[in-house]
Design a protein around this ligand. Structure first.
Ligand code: ADP
Ligand code: G3P
Length: 509
């Protein structure tokens, strides 16, 4: 019997289920968006039950499309939006509140509080992360402090904490009737509660953030037999892979050797470089994170340039300004003008992440004149993605000492050819799109397939990788320099926009 591998890709905007064959070709895919809930400025929530229902729906739809059942799948992997955090009741299976999404900034005051003693990089050595609203520990702390009964239930072990991987894995493997409560090393490395060196929860961090150990999942490898799925239509399938979505894309792009890197353009954009078996401490504002751990092999680490808002800016132009009806239409609108008309947008909706790490930054549109029109705004929005990426590439090259000869890309925005050409122009290096752009789901499928012996090893996965399209730099150097200067000026307008009480500012300095 021919078998395949399935992957759940639970992203910030949608959930997908994709079935792959041995060559990484897609047999079937189904996808569904979920609601983005904005209860107040800076707050972003997801309904965990909606995400679970959508995940089950897309699994059913994709299997039906290819006329497959659970028995046709050698294994199933999960990949997920990282950091997004929730707490649920292990007896009823009900979440205690909506999930706090990674880009939610409500923990800003907590961040300032913890920065007062030791500054932004207080926990960087141990966790690889700066203190920022982005990571899970303070999201969980907020839930424990603000949701009725949360702390008592978490301390007694009745309430379980998880990122989205844990929530889906627990539900799929039985929920209240024996579901497994675990998370993989890549997701755990984004909580700010795990020691990078030991890949274990760290007592000192738990005590500092006031997090009870009883509510935490077990940390496991990314590729291993995690449990058996007990819910239809995957009943009986083996759950054998879990990876945070950006690390999954690194695996899906076959970046298995130190120095190999990829960038994924989705809601945000995330450049990851494999650094091998040793964590590399960043001096240039990048994150140090787990890349993957396959079975009992030593964990692999990565440097990461995380950008919060890229595709989300396109959504904002669509949903909040009504400039077009669907994201792909931005390309035609941007092409309606020959250039950006000297308009620059810094989409610091959740502050600025790498390499700036400024929670007090806010979005700006700079350079407007009576000449500026919708086309210039659309063009500036796409260009903002490219400029932000150039900033993290520069930081990556400084930290790693490696010049990125080409940029491997994937994610929803790589369909945008105007952006891809502009990215190559601004980087001064070729940008490459692989044949299989669903690299995130593919990475989760690879993790699962390696664990069950469907694939023999990473060489077989490398052989599946191939180029679909390449964009080469063609912009005159003076124009590139002009864009770089203007972008830096616009960044200057965005940084430090929110006034902080003086004491906090002094302490953070
Ligand atoms: N043709 C396009 N041009 C520009 N942006 C696009 C295009 N198609 C999709 N996007 C953007 O890409 C994002 C979706 O990409 P995806 O990789 O599915 O995201 P995620 O994994 O974060 O949910 C959305 O933010 C959307 O606005
Ligand atoms: O779901 P995506 O593709 O927007 O990725 C989100 C990241 O995992 C956040 O860290």
């Amino acid at each position: 019997m021919t078998q395949f591998v399935g992957a759940i890709d639970q992203g910030t905007t949608s959930s997908r289920f994709i079935v792959f064959d041995r060559h990484g070709a897609i047999l079937a895919v189904a996808q569904k968006e979920h609601r983005q809930i904005y209860p107040s400025p800076g707050w972003v929530e997801h309904d965990p039950l909606e995400i679970l229902a959508n995940t089950q729906e897309v699994i059913g739809a994709a299997l039906a499309r290819a006329n497959l059942t659970a028995a046709d799948l050698a294994g199933v992997g999960i990949t997920n939006q990282r950091e997004t955090s929730l707490l649920w009741d292990r007896e009823t299976g009900r979440p205690l509140c909506n999930a706090l999404v990674w880009m939610d900034t409500r923990t800003d005051e907590l961040v300032q509080h913890y920065r007062r003693d030791g500054g932004q990089d207080r926990f960087r050595d141990k966790t690889g992360l700066p203190l920022a609203t982005y990571f899970s520990a303070l999201k969980l702390r907020w839930i424990l402090d603000n949701v009725d009964g949360a702390r008592t239930q978490a301390e007694s072990g009745r309430a379980l904490f998880g990122t989205i991987d844990s929530w889906l894995a627990w539900n799929l493997t039985g929920g209240p009737e024996g579901g497994v409560h675990l998370t993989d090393v890549t997701n755990a490395s984004r909580t700010m509660l795990m020691d990078l060196a030991t890949c274990a929860w760290d007592d000192e961090l738990l005590a500092t953030f006031g997090i009870p150990r009883a509510c935490l999942p077990r940390i496991v490898a990314s590729s291993a037999l995690h449990g058996t799925i007990r819910t239809p239509p995957l009943d009986g399938a083996r759950l054998a892979g879990i990876l945070g979505d950006q690390q999954a894309a690194l695996v899906g792009q076959a970046c298995f050797a130190p120095g190999e890197a990829k960038n994924t353009y989705g809601t945000g954009s995330f450049l990851l470089m494999n650094t091998g078996t040793e964590p590399v401490r960043s001096k240039a504002g990048l994150l140090t994170t787990l890349a993957y751990r396959f079975g009992d092999e030593p964990p692999r680490y990565a440097l990461e340039g995380a950008i919060a808002i890229t595709g989300a800016l396109v959504q904002w132009l669509r949903d909040n300004l009504g400039l077009f009806d669907s994201a792909p239409e931005i390309e035609a609108l941007a092409r309606s003008v020959p250039d950006n008309g000297d308009v620059y947008i810094v989409p610091a909706f959740s502050g600025l992440y790498a390499p700036y790490w400024d929670d007090s930054a806010r979005g700006v549109i700079a350079g407007l004149t009576r000449f500026s029109n919708r086309g210039h705004i659309a063009r500036a929005a796409l260009e903002a993605t490219a400029y932000q990426l150039c900033d993290v590439v520069a930081a990556m090259e400084a930290d790693s000492g490696i010049r990125l000869a080409t940029l491997k890309t994937d994610g929803g925005m790589v369909a945008n050819e105007l952006l891809m050409q502009f990215q190559a122009d601004m980087l001064g290096a070729p940008v490459v799109r692989p044949r299989i752009t669903e690299t995130t789901a593919l990475g989760a499928a690879y993790a699962a397939g390696l664990a069950v012996g469907y694939w023999s090893g990473t060489q077989e996965l490398r052989d599946n990788w191939g180029v679909d399209a390449t964009w080469r730099p063609a912009m005159p150097a003076e124009l590139r320099a002009h864009h770089q200067r203007s972008w830096k000026k616009a960044i200057g307008k965005s940084l430090g926009w929110i006034d902080r009480p003086q004491a906090a500012a002094d302490d953070a300095a």
